[in-house]
Design a protein around this ligand. Structure first.
Ligand SMILES: Cc1ncc(COP(=O)(O)O)c(C=O)c1O
Length: 502
């Protein structure tokens, strides 16, 4: 017979996972000191470590089995921090110019600790009273910051993909000709069609796939020479689809494309949507947060006209991952899309219960880190930081325009694309074999930069040209870092060219 512990031993329970206040204090203070020390040193160290997957797995002792018994929290936290500090890519490094992933605001990190400790379930108001109100205030402040109506509905989700998904689902529910939530897409006789430019982020394919439209439902609209949606092609396609009995329902405009940061002509797209009674969604995951920033493109302002906007606090609000934000002009459209009321829920209808407004049931308190940062620096702090990021990106563009080693390509918001061109090849640009070589050379250069650990860039395809892409969503980047980047690229570019032509 299996021996069980006498239930009496549980009268005063001492679970191995719990900590006394003194233990928590000691472990927490130790960790905070370690993080503060790293934050101080990190800008002077490498952006990333040139390690193989095998190196990383070895450092972790990846193959070991589940520990049979436990380890002291203090010792564990020290080890975990040390592993992360030695084997990570630091997007908070001043010379991280990679993807649209921001430097995380330190107050956001502390906010996450607080949020996790109080551990509110943000599904229902009663389970998270003040936290739900903080989320509602955060969503309203984000709307206010970008100039969207502050009585819009919205909630925080994990990121840009999810925020776009939620808006896309709302569009589908509202514009479908039948009760699509109940009967599914088969019930809709005409085929639903969604329109977006060829520069749209891949969330659109995932959405079309996940929500049963199928990726064939996407009408890819061509772009002009600046990679902005060609609005007359959009309208022609909508007309053509209507003529053959299909059901256009959604147009996606991008406010800051993932590749070059270009902003679609949002006002013109809004007018087409009004004319054809279509849902107008703006993917502003990256660029929407610049909408009211001096120096940002005027075309961003028309996002006010959208039915929905996706905005990413973990991009230009510098929130630690993860935080995306959904904004839907009419809050009832979110309720129509997501609300189910099971019999075992007895929640007050007078308050916001977020399970009714999005796909998640139990939800974490993502809003706290965003709310704290918004309060720490206020509107003016954000407008300044975003404007500074854009100023630095424009400055980089001006430098590469003048520099004999580089060719400038695009500059939008805080993304600058350019390429390294050895001086002897400058006059031969455009010849197929030279273009092919320049593509290979710049791809090689990108890898060298990453391996050096001295900076981190990403790439874009501009037409068929492989471009280096510097994206500044980073309040730690300064002019010194931009100068250092160009010296590094000149040095490594020369090295790559010599080795490839040897
Ligand atoms: C324009 C745009 N939309 C959507 C996304 C997806 O966002 P996330 O990676 O937060 O899901 C990105 C990511 O860079 C983006 O730039």
């Amino acid at each position: 017979m299996m021996m069980t512990k006498d239930v009496d031993t549980l009268r005063r329970r001492a679970a191995p996972l719990d900590m006394t206040a003194a233990e928590f204090r000691a472990a927490g203070h130790g960790l905070v000191d370690q993080i503060a020390g790293w934050l101080e040193r990190m800008p002077d160290g490498p952006v990333t470590h040139n390690e193989s997957p095998a190196d990383v797995r070895r450092a972790l002792n990846a193959e070991r089995g589940l520990p049979a018994s436990g380890t002291e929290p203090r010792e564990l936290l020290e080890e975990a921090a040390d592993l992360l500090f030695r084997h990570s890519l630091f997007n908070g490094h001043p010379r991280f110019f990679g993807y649209i992933t921001s430097s995380p605001a330190p107050i956001g990190a502390l906010g996450d600790l607080l949020a996790a400790t109080v551990n509110q379930n943000m599904g229902a108001w009663r389970l998270s009273p003040i936290a739900t109100e903080i989320e509602a205030q955060t969503v309203r402040w984000i709307a206010e910051l970008i100039g969207f109506p502050t009585d819009a509905g919205g909630l925080l989700v994990s990121g840009g993909n999810m925020a776009n998904f939620v808006c896309c689902l709302a569009a589908r529910t509202v514009k479908a000709t039948s009760d699509v939530r109940k009967t599914g897409l088969r019930s809709i006789e005409p085929r639903l069609r969604v329109y977006c430019s060829t520069e749209t982020h891949t969330w659109i394919q995932k959405a079309a796939d996940l929500f049963g439209l199928g990726t064939d439902a996407i009408r890819w609209i061509t772009t002009d020479e600046q990679q902005r949606m060609n609005v007359s092609a959009l309208e022609k396609q909508i007309d053509a689809d209507r003529r053959i009995g299909e059901l256009p329902f959604l147009v996606v405009g991008t406010a800051g494309s993932v590749s070059t940061g270009v902003v679609d002509p949002l006002a013109e797209i809004a007018a087409v949507c009004r004319r054809h009674d279509l849902w107008f969604h703006v993917d502003g995951a990256y660029g929407a947060l610049a909408a009211r920033v001096p120096g940002a493109p005027d075309s961003l302002r028309a996002l006010t006209e959208a039915d929905s906007v996706a905005v990413d606090p973990h991009k230009w609000l510098y929130a630690p991952l993860e935080a995306g934000c959904v904004l839907v002009r009419r809050p009832e459209d979110l309720l129509r899309t997501f609300s189910y009321r099971p019999s075992y829920y007895h929640f007050d209808n007078e308050v916001t219960n977020y399970f009714d407004y999005g796909p998640q049931n139990s939800r974490g308190f993502r809003a706290l880190k965003v709310w704290l940062a918004l309060r720490q620096v206020g509107r003016s702090g954000y407008l300044d930081m975003i404007a500074d990021d854009m100023r630095l990106a424009r400055h980089l563009h001006a430098l590469v325009q003048q520099h004999p080693d580089f060719e400038a390509m695009t500059q939008h918001l805080s993304i600058t694309t350019f390429r390294y061109v050895p001086s002897d090849l400058r006059p031969k640009r455009g010849l197929p074999e030279i273009e092919d070589y320049l593509n290979r050379l710049n791809e090689d250069l990108l890898t060298r930069v990453e391996k050096s650990g001295e900076a981190f860039l990403s790439n874009a395809l501009v037409g068929s040209r492989f471009a280096l892409r510097a994206c500044i969503v980073n309040f730690r980047t300064s002019l010194t870092d931009i100068d250092a980047l160009l010296s590094l690229l000149s040095r490594l570019g020369l090295q790559a060219d010599e080795e490839m032509t040897r």
